[in-house]
Design a binder for this molecule. Structure first.
Ligand SMILES: [Zn+2]
Length: 297
């Protein structure tokens, strides 16, 4: 009996091998992709915290990350504007920064000035230096740990700004998937969010195939960017979490048992590996912004 079972299994493997070798599986509507390490998403949020007392999107997103049907206790990286008059500088914003720290998320820097959302490439050496000094000090007063990660506003950087970040030991983390959750276009909405996610996930799959995304601690970490100051994002957070999982599977990507990080230290380690991979940094600028920065930079 065992011999019969063995023979059947062997025939199965031979048939599977033939399918792979001949490419016969390609006719399947859902492509099967074999990756050596399953995908886990590095969730990141830019521009926060929000400073509103009522219906605060940052607070709503923190609640959703802790408790939702897709995966509980998700940890994220928050790229902060620590002195924004509408957020980080407000009493409510400061309390949310403390909550992000207490909840085990990773606090990172977007900008530490009072200038709103400045393009660092257009700031003088002195103003940029002050922004970095203040931002690092603001976050460090909460976390009591070195700040390791920065994301430049508008995804824009040059040799001068990279030099300034390096002097502060700040590694630049860009993104693989920009969700386009409405913030950057000045209106609160994203009617093409599903089509856009399919496109972004297909692009990620191709980069994994080409071996451009390093594996870290047994998984392939994929960076995803949203905005926690955006009402639309807060209202659709559960939809976005499930959309990431569903579209990754439809694209043929194998997901880790936990598709999102639930340990802040592991999340930061993975993010640092991605940030230090300077060979592929230019590929981690959202394609629209890459084009705009080349045109107007
Ligand atoms: Zn921003």
């Amino acid at each position: 009996m065992n011999r019969i079972i063995f023979a059947v299994c062997k025939l199965g493997w031979i048939a599977a091998g033939w399918l792979v070798v001949t490419g016969a599986y390609a006719s399947s509507p859902v492509t099967t992709v074999v990756t050596s390490a399953p995908v886990r998403f590095i969730l990141t949020f830019d521009d926060g915290p929000d400073g509103r007392d009522q219906e605060n999107p940052t607070a709503s997103i923190l609640n959703m990350l802790a408790e939702n049907p897709t995966q509980k206790n998700i940890k994220a990286i928050f790229f902060l504007q620590t002195r924004s008059k509408e957020g980080g500088a407000t009493t409510r914003g400061r309390a949310l920064l403390e909550r992000e720290q207490a909840d085990g998320h990773v606090l990172a820097l977007h900008d530490g000035s009072t200038l709103g959302h400045p393009n660092h490439c257009k700031l003088s050496e002195e103003v940029l230096e002050q922004s970095l000094n203040d931002g690092v000090a603001d976050i460090r007063s909460l976390s009591h740990q070195p700040i390791t990660l920065l994301r430049p506003p508008y995804w824009d950087y040059n040799e001068r700004t990279l030099g300034a970040y390096a002097r502060h030991n700040l590694a630049v983390l860009l993104t693989d998937i920009s969700v386009n959750d409405g913030k950057v276009w000045g209106y609160h909405g994203s009617p093409r969010r599903h089509i856009h996610m399919v496109s972004e996930m297909t692009h990620v799959r191709e980069r994994i195939w080409r071996g451009e995304i390093p594996k870290v601690e047994g998984v392939t970490p994929i960076v995803v960017t949203l905005h926690d100051t955006n009402d639309f994002t807060a209202e659709h957070m559960q939809e976005y979490l499930q959309m990431l999982v569903d579209e990754a599977r439809k694209a043929g990507l194998t997901l880790a048992a936990k598709p999102f990080y639930e340990d802040g230290a592991a999340l930061e380690r993975a993010a640092l590996v991605r940030a230090h991979d300077t060979t592929h940094r230019a590929d981690m600028v959202p394609r629209t912004w890459s084009w705009l920065n080349r045109l107007f930079g």
